[in-house]
Design a protein around this ligand. Sequence first.
Ligand SMILES: *[C@@H]1O[C@H](CO)[C@@H](O)[C@H](O)[C@H]1NC(C)=O
Ligand SMILES: *[C@@H]1O[C@H](CO)[C@@H](O)[C@H](O)[C@H]1NC(C)=O
Length: 112
Amino acid sequence: MSMKMCRLLVGLLLLASAGDSVTGRPTGCPGRCGDVDIPYPFGIGPKCSRGEGFEIACDTRNGSGDLVPTLAAASKSKPVSVTSLSVEPLPTAKVMLPVAYNCYNSSGNNID
Ligand SMILES: *[C@@H]1O[C@H](CO)[C@@H](O)[C@H](O)[C@H]1NC(C)=O
Ligand SMILES: *[C@@H]1O[C@H](CO)[C@@H](O)[C@H](O)[C@H]1NC(C)=O
């Protein structure tokens, strides 16, 4: 039996957007998705966010019932999970991006 070891490299990307300061969230819009606060101008759905880049999708991750926020502008096939959102000094989304898989066999050689 051959042993395979894989390492998932996860990148943190900071997305910042120049913008004016905080205004109130439109009424009727949820302020949280799962464990993550969603401060305006970010929002769940187009009516609750300032614009496309600020739109957050809030869906259950496959296999579990947990609500997970993702960037709505990212492709549906490769969802970009949001780990935190902040508005000061600039509206910023911290997201998790899988960057690469490196796999090694038991003699330490990189394999596909
Ligand atoms: C989610 O789970 C369903 C049912 O188990 C499956 O049919 C579907 O392909 C899964 N979607 C993804 C993106 O893994
Ligand atoms: C590991 O991969 C290298 C390069 O493909 C190969 O030469 C070597 O035989 C492999 N070792 C094992 C234990 O599979």
